[in-house]
Design a protein around this ligand. Sequence first.
Ligand code: N2P
Length: 389
Amino acid sequence: MPRRTAAAPRPPDRGRRRWWRYALPPLAALLGALVLPPSAGRAPAQAPPVLNVYNWSDYIAPEVLQRFTQETGIRVRYDMYDSLETLEAKLSAGRSGYDIVVPTSEPTFARLIRAGALRPLDAARIPNLANLDPALMQRVARSDPGNRYGAIYLWGTTGLGMRPDRVRELAPDAPLDSLDLLMKPENARRLARCGIMVMDSATDVLPTVLHWLGRDPDSADPADLRAAEQALLAIRPHLRAIPGSGAIVDALATGEVCLALTYSGDVIQAAVRAREAGRGVTVTYAAPREGAQLAFDMLAVPADAPNPEAAMAFINFVLQPEMMAAITNRTRYPNAVPASRPLLAPEVRDDPNVYPPDSVLVRSFVAGTPPPAAERLRTRLWSRFKSGR
Ligand code: N2P
């Protein structure tokens, strides 16, 4: 940015001073104040430090951000996304301006590490890394050997959100805990009347569909992907919409749809909101009995983060058991800090849809990272599904 005039040497004064010589510096300052962002003219020492967070929607307890600012003096600028595709597009353009992002361990976090787009965590500044469950951190070491680039924030499953009373009414013989409820066209056809949505994310939906078909969720085989496309196109006419996951929380909570394929905690949040609204809408979650997709979402720092120190301080702050408990209580996603468990509200701690029991975990799977060519096929498949062709 060009420096302003103050430091420029002036020609020696030849006697007749011109008014604009005096007017120029204040005018420049005034223009600068109008044109430049507020922090640009301030000395760094005076500027309040800012942490730029890019996180999933409905994925924080607001009081945690307030406490962070109170205790550290660091202000938080907070933006949200509701799919891995949106996050990845933003980060791959570079210079996102974010200090904290929350990619899923695979494929997004894995790809970001490989692309050099993340900065290693500064473990010396994050003593609370020791609070993380080593067994869970071991599971994400496949994408991040040695756990150098990320700490598990929250995790969860992908499954079915539904209004069980409406579903039973319209499809009495359909199983409530199986993906057949959505993926068998005869079920989708009957439920279309009360509204079905599938979240808009090839990355998070295709592995679930492939797994339901009995194929490898990470398959790069065009035949497998064609089968998944056929299955999706067969239910496409019965879907009300394929919106971002954020919109599905509202649609379930208000009763606008009776079936949706989306993230576990989002459904449970919708169930809580529906109950609180008291209008007779009941929402439940089911992890598919065929085996649920399990996802670990990582606290990570972009390589070009403007304020990496604040990012490390934030990760350390969030990993305190008390903060993690507040976040899980609010979002209904499980965390990876065991010492937070006794601090959880009993109805959250004991909800098998929040903390899946072993019977669900043994059948679950974690998606991998398809090679670029397969990724391109998946993206194209998904746009055909969305347009219904
Ligand atoms: C938050 C969804 C986050 C879950 N609304 C993604 N694994």
